[in-house]
Write a protein that binds this ligand. Structure first.
Ligand SMILES: Nc1ncnc2c1ncn2[C@@H]1O[C@H](COP(=O)(O)OP(=O)(O)OP(=O)(O)O)[C@@H](O)[C@H]1O
Length: 233
């Protein structure tokens, strides 16, 4: 899925004041590309992901398009449907429901919309491809961090999305689990999915095609090799 962002400005209104967090961000991500986004804590990376997903309103004159969807012309319902069908989210904290098993966690978001048996078959298939066939009945507390993140990836892939938005998905993992997750995401990219990946971990950068740096709400492309030696000048 291609992403085109032009002139994106985002201001958070609070009761006391208005905080401008993103400043005229421009970004084009090609279909099947993996773009990493780095930057200091609080610089606006998560806010950018939320804007891309249409989860929060953006300021006037900002435009974001995801494939055929022009966000500024879409209704909330159209954005919600588009998210459900075309975007997979993967977070640092996994965001699994503690009372449900792995397979139930994968199925849950789609239960209101689809046939339960078909969903269960698809969820089990995904868990198998992520080498979790022996853990489908485990609840999150019984899973390691890497296993939890693989369950979360299976959930993100349930609708076969063209775009994966990843917010520090390896931030809580040890090196081996991190590398396993990165290889899985690399495979997702090889299947034609577009990936936007927020990270503090510079060792991840070689997995992506390009690096963008967020600096106080301004986004610019940077050279991965230079970043490796001087991350946040
Ligand atoms: N709903 C909100 N209302 C007001 N301010 C907000 C809101 N959400 C985030 N902010 C502020 O926007 C700024 C950017 O936050 P954001 O979460 O996008 O940063 P980040 O680069 O992802 O940080 P981190 O790397 O720590 O996750 C921060 O100053 C934060 O306090």
């Amino acid at each position: 899925m291609e992403i085109k962002i032009k002139n994106l400005t985002k201001t958070y209104q609070t009761k006391q004041d208005a905080k401008k967090i993103l400043h005229q961000v421009n970004l084009q991500v090609h279909h099947g590309e993996w773009v990493n986004i780095i930057g200091r804590s609080g610089s606006g990376k998560t806010t950018l992901l939320k804007c891309i997903a249409g989860l929060i309103p953006v300021d006037n004159l900002s435009t974001i398009s995801l494939g055929p969807l022009e966000m500024q012309h879409a209704t909330e319902e159209e954005k919600r449907d588009f998210r459900r069908n075309h975007i997979g989210f993967i977070f640092q904290e996994y965001e699994l429901f503690p009372a449900y098993t792995a397979v139930q966690n994968v199925m849950l978001p789609e239960l209101p919309y689809k046939n339960k048996e078909e969903l269960s078959i698809r969820a089990k298939e995904l868990l198998e491809t992520l080498m979790l066939e022996h853990r489908i009945k485990a609840v999150p507390d019984q899973l390691s961090g890497g296993e939890k993140q693989r369950v979360a990836i299976a959930r993100a892939l349930l609708n076969n999305p063209g775009l994966l938005l990843c917010d520090e998905p390896t931030g809580n993992l040890d090196r081996d689990s991190r590398d396993q997750i990165l290889h899985i995401l690399k495979k997702c990219q090889a299947e034609g999915r577009t990936i936007v990946f927020v990270t503090h971990d510079l060792e991840i950068l070689p997995y992506g095609d390009r690096v963008m740096s967020m600096n106080s709400g301004k986004l610019e492309e940077v050279d991965a090799e230079i970043v490796a030696t001087n991350p946040f000048p």
